[in-house]
Design a binder for this molecule. Sequence first.
Ligand code: HEC
Ligand code: HEC
Ligand code: HEC
Ligand code: HEC
Ligand code: HEC
Length: 367
Amino acid sequence: MRSGTVTLAMMLFAGALAALPALGQERKKPDLAKITAAYLASPHADRTAEAFRHWDGEENRAVPGECATCHTSRGIIDYLGADLRALNVVEAPQPLGSTVDCVSCHNPRSMALESVVFPSGARLDGLGHEAICSTCHQGRAAGADVDKAVAGREDDAVAGDLAFINIHYKAAAATQAGSTAAGGYQYPGKTYAGRFDHVKDAPATCLSCHNQHSLKPAAIATCTECHKGAAQYADIRSTKLDTDGDGDTHEGIAAEIAALHARLGEAIGAYGREVAGVPIVYDAHAFPYFFADTNGDGLAGKDEAIFPNRYQSWTPRLLRAAYNYQFVAKDGAAYIHNPHYAIQLLHDSLQSLGGKVAVDLTGLARP
Ligand code: HEC
Ligand code: HEC
Ligand code: HEC
Ligand code: HEC
Ligand code: HEC
């Protein structure tokens, strides 16, 4: 089984590499040693990462198909049909010990991929190689999943059978695509920013900002050609509106998003206490992220941030806002990938909670 795995992987990779010179004889021969070193130092090659070790303790010592698409090398190959089995499904659990390796991307299917279907069902076509990035970095839920879960219920009625709905980690492609992928919870009657396409001559695809092997983003110097004076990405801002209402329209857009996100956290807390009737706390690192604040200290203590103590007093209004809180929290670069979409989701969540608890909405300018 294992040797078969390696053989298929090697065949696919050899095939992909053999095709390289055809891309243009003029092109400088790629420096394989350099590429490999850059890749090996990247998170995709980090064998110790939780994203690759999470299943080590599983009873059947394998990564279930539904997780293997993005967490194993064979899984993504299987998902894209490069193993000649069905498309868009990983039929069998995959062996432990995988990473996102060369063949995950260097196989004919991954390299030819140009479209991506998001959890909302929306499909983006005409993409370049960022299609393969967006297949894994698309998240695992959409705003529509929240609507489905709360359909036919009163906005503020606690329902014991509701559970938190989680976008999953670092869904940069969902952020970047904005309302075209509808990854966030989009409130009815509002309009939302589409894909963050930047401007002509500015980087607008995963691969114009991230090196495909090191994954490192383009140096800040490539940004400051236009974003004069920015010492770090977080200083970048072009928005003239004061989106967080603090009177400062010069701070980086990252700071506005952070302020709004913190305010949403407070509003969620107030709603839990005053409307849902059970205080709620958030822990970014513990599944399923929202817990009952049993001692009411506003912090997720070690004995509170555990699955049996998961928050179970959800109302539709609270679930929508919490979904968006997590959407923004889990893409640490939402402020670059699509800042206006993030701000809109935060504003509308605040406004919705503000219908029931005290939320200061003065001066918030919606982009
Ligand atoms: C659509 C792709 C996709 C699927 C399917 C998927 N994940 Fe992930 N997962 C990711 C990505 C991307 C990350 C990003 C990790 C990072 O950069 O830290 C991640 C991260 C994680 C992490 C690491 C979190 C940490 O603390 O670093 C865990 C654990 C995880 N996923 C569990 C699961 C489980 C369990 C399943 C199946 C039920 C699953 N994932 C299915 C894409 C996916
Ligand atoms: C996450 C996806 C991904 C992984 C993993 C990956 N590559 Fe690549 N690689 C790409 C993409 C995308 C390109 C650009 C292809 C193009 O421009 O046609 C590329 C290009 C290349 C090239 C052509 C020169 C260049 O840099 O454009 C070589 C050689 C190469 N990769 C080798 C490797 C090797 C060896 C590994 C593993 C050590 C690896 N790649 C891992 C996505 C990946
Ligand atoms: C097969 C699924 C898969 C593909 C394809 C993939 N990624 Fe990833 N990516 C992951 C997983 C899983 C992690 C988490 C690795 C870790 O925690 O060490 C990750 C981590 C990352 C990180 C680091 C995030 C952090 O925690 O700082 C970046 C950046 C990234 N990927 C960008 C890309 C880009 C750009 C592409 C396309 C060239 C791509 N990824 C293709 C699954 C994938
Ligand atoms: C060719 C010029 C150019 C380059 C290079 C450029 N940008 Fe931009 N960027 C712009 C312009 C112009 C806007 C304003 C777009 C608008 O208002 O629609 C913008 C807007 C932004 C925004 C939105 C800020 C806000 O307040 O809404 C972010 C984030 C951003 N750029 C990040 C970057 C990063 C990161 C880099 C470097 C990797 C970069 N840009 C490189 C021209 C550029
Ligand atoms: C305009 C440039 C730009 C584009 C386009 C872009 N990124 Fe990023 N991305 C960045 C920068 C810069 C960072 C690091 C931000 C920081 O360090 O605060 C980043 C961070 C990330 C991270 C880590 C986020 C975290 O939570 O730490 C991932 C994963 C990622 N990008 C994946 C992608 C993928 C996949 C795409 C395409 C769908 C993409 N990026 C498009 C500039 C970009």
